[in-house]
Ligand binder design. Structure first.
Ligand code: GLN
Ligand code: ZN
Length: 764
């Protein structure tokens, strides 16, 4: 082989190198930018994105991956899928309605938002209703024309596949999937036909839902959809793109009448390659080989990647292979260029979106290179990774020691829960239905400014500490006045629940500009775990101890759990995620022990992201849950019997993981409930859970202060299925996004609701 392989990209980060996309959106929402300048700036960002990809010489550049909010929302409005409450009446959906669906408005609540497969990106869930789908505007066509005109690019429009779109939508019973597909097909096909008429060569139809467990009827439906498209749009070449996992039904997919199939060879556990090597790849299909990791920030070892590519290339006829990232680059930051304040060895080992496209380009030419002469790029990438591996934080004895230790690490409390609860009750003497909060209290502008001033060294340590002490003091005073039973210090010192710990543990670095979109204009900057995670010194003891010194009531220590730290970071990929989770767990155990020694004997270890790491295929889920639970237990099981371990999860679909939640063996768990309208409570009718549990009695996502009766009603409902002696009363989640006035008012109502619930049970 001596021809350069084809290259492609599946999607590019929208946010711009300096998050100008976010600023543009927020400026417009705040009324600081008018519509004309909004469009001008958005166009400028898009053109820059396109030109950057063009400069890499890619053969397939995605268009229509850019959006003003979310690509699923774009799909919904393209087909007129707008719930009646927005007062929509057909035709092209206005920008105002679009943003109202995304974020809510004064008059109407936003659409639901949920995680895009197992990533940290959130999409707006389309609500399919009675209205007949119609093609209100051909977005991919517009995007195609724009790229051609403004950047001279013959782009490949990306559109969410119809199967995936429907699988992720709500508003109809699951068994109606087929009927819904029939309803949408005409408009969907019309959209593709218009692309065909325009002379568009290729379209990329994203079907990540194909990597989840698909039932036979679903596969039949996929076949139906793609046969219909092939029949009605014969002149458009379809790249059926999958990612995030292997496709179980690959032998069937390759029979589909599409011009290409895209597979993820990074996050497939080797399963795609194994399946590929077993089948005969059709001569009429391209294979999009996703071999550069689109979800992590590390540079590739190009030697290893070329080997993989060679194996893949042996399965398909020459000319059919496209080198590409494993998925859209939406999930990684834009460019590692500006990260020069990191240690050089780490900087050199990073590859964000731009560097990944460069790797794609390099790989395609490497395979074409004449045998015998090695391209220096291979050596460079090997060296960069070898240097990284030689760092003492990585190659030190820690990982090996831990691996050896792991089998024997204690992960069980010394007394079983039913006995522990007795000694705990004897120690703590809490009232029936104890009240507490989830940890954070309002983070006012003043608090945020104080942290910034301290970071920028404008404030000395003493001044900052004195400020924090004042905050803690006020927070404790308020909780005492309100009559809350178990107090918290308020978390004023924390910007972010993962970053705070990452900065104090060994093995983490923080980028200057490593932002990725989480939802809408919200971007996150995940820490990078590059080395062994180690405990350096107590991280939370000072604040908790100070808070405890101010009150005779118990103050809960507050930690972020190992799985949440893992799932909200970019993680080194030379160790398994389980190994890294265990390292974090061991480090947190030292913190738990330090808190206990300092007299903090209620300790909450938050795991809001436990469910997020759940593998996409059912058969892989239990083993993840098992090691995740074990990590939590490693962190929390060495305390005294009387020490009470709490945990918190945000909304959690409880029913299918109740066994794992039980296995955490936390003395008390708090879960967000109020927005699920009792659904979660219902699940306890069939599940038995006997540990302490607090189901949130009010929604903290809105400034609304619910009245006492409303909370009493939720408590009453919960007590129909849970024992009063196990039930705790708390808000849904932390209060950091709320203001003080509404927080105090809502907590006052909560305490009253608890009192009257106790009275009803004959307790005071
Ligand atoms: N303790 C954290 C807080 O109250 C928990 C946040 C979360 O669950 N995401 O802010
Ligand atoms: Zn929460």
């Amino acid at each position: 082989m001596n021809k350069k392989l084809l290259t492609g990209n599946l999607g590019y980060p929208r946010i711009g190198a300096g998050r100008e996309w976010k600023r543009c959106l927020e400026g417009y929402w705040a009324g600081k930018r008018d519509l004309t300048s909004f469009y001008e700036e958005m166009n400028r960002i898009l053109i820059a994105n396109l030109n950057k990809q063009k400069s890499k010489g890619l053969d397939f550049i995605p268009v229509n991956d850019f959006t003003f909010y979310d690509h699923m929302l774009d799909m919904a409005v393209m087909f007129g899928v707008v719930p009646p409450r927005y007062g929509y009446d057909g035709g092209e959906v206005s920008l105002d309605t679009y943003f109202a669906m995304a974020r809510g408005s004064q008059k109407v609540a936003a659409c639901e938002m949920t995680k895009w497969f197992n990533t940290n990106y959130h999409y707006i869930v389309p609500e399919i209703g009675e209205r007949e789908p119609e093609l209100t505007v051909n977005r991919p066509l517009k995007a195609y024309r724009f790229a051609k005109q403004e950047a001279g690019i013959e782009g490949r429009p990306v559109v969410v596949g119809l199967y995936t779109f429907l699988k992720l939508s709500k508003g109809f019973p699951a068994k109606q999937l087929e009927e819904q597909a029939e309803r949408f097909l005409p408009a969907y096909i019309q959209m593709l036909q218009e692309l065909e008429q325009e002379g568009v060569a290729w379209v990329q139809l994203d079907e990540p839902a194909l990597v989840t467990d698909c039932a036979e009827e679903e596969l039949k439906l996929v076949e139906h959809i793609y046969y219909a498209i092939a029949e009605k749009v014969p002149g458009l070449r379809v790249m059926l793109q999958t990612y995030f996992e292997a496709v179980d039904a690959l032998p069937r997919l390759v029979q589909l009448p599409v011009a290409g199939i895209g597979l993820d060879f990074v996050h497939d556990g080797g399963r795609n390659l194994a399946a590929l090597e077993k089948l005969v790849w059709p001569k009429d299909k391209m294979l999009g080989a996703g071999i550069i990791d689109g979800r992590n920030v590390w540079r590739s070892d190009l030697t290893e990647k070329s080997k993989l590519l060679r194996r893949i290339s042996q399965c398909v006829a020459p000319g059919l292979l496209i080198v590409q990232p494993s998925c859209s680059l939406l999930h990684v930051p834009v460019s590692a260029d500006s990260e020069n304040s990191l240690p050089p060895v780490i900087h050199e080992a990073l590859a964000f979106a731009d560097e990944k496209l460069e790797e794609v380009r390099l790989l395609s030419s490497l395979l074409a290179a004449v045998a015998g002469k090695e391209d220096p790029a291979l050596q460079e990438s090997r060296d960069a990774l070898a240097d990284l591996n030689r760092l003492p934080e990585r190659s030190g004895s820690q990982s090996a020691k831990l691996a050896a230790q792991l089998a024997d690490l204690p992960d069980t409390r010394s007394l079983p829960y039913q006995e522990r609860v007795q000694v705990q009750q004897a120690k703590w003497k809490l009232p029936l239905l104890p009240t507490t909060t989830i940890g954070s209290f309002p983070q006012t502008a003043e608090v945020r400014q104080a942290r910034q001033k301290w970071r920028k060294k404008e404030w000395e340590q003493e001044r900052y500490e004195a400020f924090m002490k004042d905050q803690i003091q006020a927070c404790i005073k308020l909780q005492e006045e309100l009559g809350i039973d178990v107090l918290v210090h308020g978390e004023f010192e924390r910007t972010d629940m993962v970053e705070f710990f990452g900065e104090k543990l060994g093995g983490f670095v923080f980028t200057r500009n490593g932002w990725v979109q989480s939802y809408g204009s919200r971007c996150v900057k995940p820490p990078i775990i590059y080395g062994d995670v180690t405990f350096q010194e107590p991280m939370t003891v000072k604040e908790s101890q100070f808070a405890q010194s101010l009150t005779v009531k118990p103050v809960k220590g507050m930690l972020t759990g190992p799985i949440t730290i893992l799932n909200w970071s970019f993680v080194r990929d030379d160790l398994s995620r389980e190994q890294v989770a265990n390292q974090i767990a061991l480090a947190l155990r030292s913190e738990v022990e330090a808190l206990e020694q300092a007299g903090i004997e209620m300790i909450q270890v938050d795991e809001p992201a436990l469910r997020e790491g759940l593998p996409l295929k059912a058969r892989d889920q239990q083993s993840y849950l098992d090691w995740a639970v074990r990590a939590f237990r490693i962190a929390t099981s060495t305390v005294k019997d009387t020490t009470q371990i709490h945990t918190h999860m945000c909304y959690c679909e409880f029913h299918d993981m109740i066994d794992s939640i039980k296995a955490l063996d936390a003395d008390v768990i708090s879960i967000e409930t109020s927005r699920s309208h009792g659904e979660l409570i219902e699940s306890f009718e069939v599940q038995d859970y006997d540990h302490g549990i607090g189901l949130g009695v009010y929604d903290i996502h809105s400034p609304r202060v619910p009245d006492v009766a409303e909370m009493e009603e939720l408590i009453g409902r919960a007590l129909r299925v849970l024992e009063p002696k196990q039930f705790w009363i708390n808000p849904d989640c932390g209060l950091k996004t709320r203001g003080w006035a509404e927080t105090a008012a809502a907590l006052r109502h909560m305490v009253s609701a608890a009192e009257s619930a106790r009275a009803k049970l004959g307790h005071k």
